[in-house]
Design a protein around this ligand. Structure first.
Ligand code: HEM
Length: 161
């Protein structure tokens, strides 16, 4: 039998290790992710004062509000927000036909450019707030079992739930 002090220390250590476990579970796979429909995203196109500005690339939704000078309603890149504009970013184009998630027929060079802007600009500069249906669901609407949230350790992902 330990002394009351030893018992106390054991109890505190046990409580701390359990707390750690609970914390870890919450930080990893169990955290919910937000699913955006096209309509949800459209509301965040910079036109409605006070609403955050969202833009998706490869089905990943970024909060680009802090780049308001680029993306706000009078900004040069406002056409890119409120939607998934993967193709436009890959081609560095603002043509209406390119404002889509469709990557059909992109060249190797355009796909590489997309990766570098996605990793080097968006993932480092803007927090991820969710994913579009294209990323979370299969074509038939069933859940995509291979889905994994993107790693973005330098941001605290906002937990809206
Ligand atoms: C004459 C043509 C263009 C010029 C002079 C130009 C200039 C610039 C400059 C100076 C920046 C960096 C701003 C900064 O980090 O402070 C920038 C960023 C960017 N540009 Fe352009 N650009 C042009 C055309 C385009 C086009 C056609 C697209 C189409 C997608 C585009 C997409 C972007 C994006 C996505 C960024 C990153 C914005 C951010 O950091 O959030 N640019 N551009």
């Amino acid at each position: 039998m330990g002394t009351p002090v030893q018992l106390c220390i054991t109890f505190v250590l046990l409580a701390l290790s359990l707390a750690d476990e609970v914390q870890l579970k919450h930080d990893t796979a169990s955290k919910p992710v937000r699913l955006f429909t096209d309509e949800d995203l459209k509301r965040h196109d910079g036109r409605e004062e006070g609403l955050p500005i969202y833009m998706a690339i490869k089905g990943v939704v970024f909060d680009v509000t802090k780049g308001k000078d680029f993306y706000g309603k009078d900004g040069p890149y406002n056409a890119l927000v409120g939607k998934d504009c993967t193709r436009a970013v890959a081609k560095m184009s603002l043509e209406p036909a390119d404002l889509t998630s469709d990557t059909t027929g992109l060249t190797e060079e355009q796909l590489q450019s997309l990766e570098s802007v996605y990793e080097g600009t968006y993932k480092t500069k803007y927090p991820i707030v969710g994913y579009t249906t294209m990323r979370l669901l299969n074509q038939d609407g069933s859940p995509n079992k291979d889905f994994k949230p993107e790693d973005q350790p330098h941001f605290n992902i906002r937990d809206e739930f």
